[in-house]
Design a binder for this molecule. Structure first.
Ligand code: TRP
Ligand code: SF4
Length: 330
């Protein structure tokens, strides 16, 4: 096996405005990988992956992609240092996914835990499609086509990566050892709960969007449930039973975190004050991102960034596909 240059590849589905969960679960990690400079990084809008569940109504997809990439730029991803592109613009991904499909037994895909889970979760949609079953295979192509060696993923995505490794191993053993087996870079942050404790989701109205207004954030935070033991202001609480505290942890220093926990346990701080304090932290975090995004939208930078990123990604993808076709004697 040739030594492969360290290479990070990751994607995000353009399914709606990005929220704090996207930032603390993925983007923060992307930023530090880019800053560390140990790997070249490619980050893309996983447009076709958005179609695996949202195939029926595609009207918003392109706008979501533009908005998502604007958010990426606003949080500080630098297109001069990392490649930002759109999966749908690089049709070679589909070619590689098709070829991987030839060597992948269907039971491998049916065994991926999220396959059953998400079908149950989204029981109102018909997900008995080839596209949804093939989700991890397309993802494998996304990674392999850029010779990805490392993939930042949440814990829930590790099974996908395991499948990628198996498929790539099979490809290498059948044809030629030209594709690296990617390793996972698991994010430290566990999944951030929604303000109501349920999974963060647009449809539950329990997510704080990255660039929504302070006023709207307040409308969501103030009525959010806290530790139910704190009925009266004088009732002590347990911060570990409160989502507001989970959010404080994202922004607080160790000292501040200890102070809030102590205040909660001794009823030294009331929930309303605790929430106000959190709102201040969220606003301090969001304000510069909101400003940068407004500037990006004003200048219309996104399309230009994608055009350049797509061209760069395409030439890399074409190079890999030439090797793949050759290895398979096509
Ligand atoms: N499955 C990822 C998600 O929705 C998105 C994705 C698509 C991806 N292709 C990828 C992530 C390749 C990493 C590498 O979270
Ligand atoms: Fe939650 Fe803060 Fe109230 Fe404690 S004081 S229950 S951490 S909102």
């Amino acid at each position: 096996m040739p030594p492969f240059e360290p290479r990070v590849v990751s994607g995000m589905r353009p399914t709606g405005p990005l929220h704090l969960g996207h930032y603390f679960g993925a983007l923060q990690n992307w930023l530090s990988l880019a800053a560390a400079g140990q790997h070249r990084c490619s980050f893309f809008s996983a447009d076709w992956h958005a179609l695996t569940t949202g195939y029926r109504d595609t009207a918003n997809l392109a706008a979501y992609r533009q908005d998502m990439v604007a958010d990426w730029l606003a949080v500080g991803l630098d297109p001069a240092k990392v490649t930002l592109f759109s999966q749908a613009a690089i049709t070679e991904h589909a070619e590689l996914a098709t070829l991987f499909g030839m060597i992948t037994p269907v039971p491998w895909l049916e065994r991926v835990p999220s396959y059953k889970e998400i079908r149950q979760e989204l029981a109102d949609r018909d997900l008995s499609t080839i596209g949804f079953l093939g989700y991890p295979l397309l993802q494998t192509a996304d990674i392999a086509i850029y010779l990805g060696t490392h993939v930042p993923v949440g814990e829930d995505q590790l099974a996908h990566l395991e499948l990628s490794r198996e498929v790539i191993r099979r490809f290498n053993s059948y044809y030629a050892e030209i594709l690296p087996e990617p390793a996972g870079l698991v994010t430290k942050v566990r999944r951030l709960p929604g303000l109501d404790g349920r999974k963060m989701s647009k449809s539950y109205n329990n997510a704080i969007f990255l660039t929504e207004s302070a006023e709207d954030v307040k409308k969501k935070v103030m009525p959010a449930p806290t530790d139910p033991a704190r009925v009266k202001r004088t009732d002590p609480g347990d911060p570990d039973k409160c989502n507001i505290f989970a959010y404080h942890k994202l922004f607080a220093t160790a000292d501040e975190e200890a102070e809030i926990a102590q205040g909660c346990r001794t009823a030294g701080i009331g929930c309303v004050d605790c929430k106000r304090r959190l709102l201040g932290k969220i606003e301090a975090f969001q304000a510069p991102i909101r400003d940068r995004k407004a500037e990006i939208m004003r200048q219309g930078t996104v399309q230009q960034v994608l055009t350049q990123g797509n061209a760069h990604a395409r030439s890399e993808a074409q190079r890999t596909m030439q090797q793949v076709r050759e290895a398979m004697a096509l």
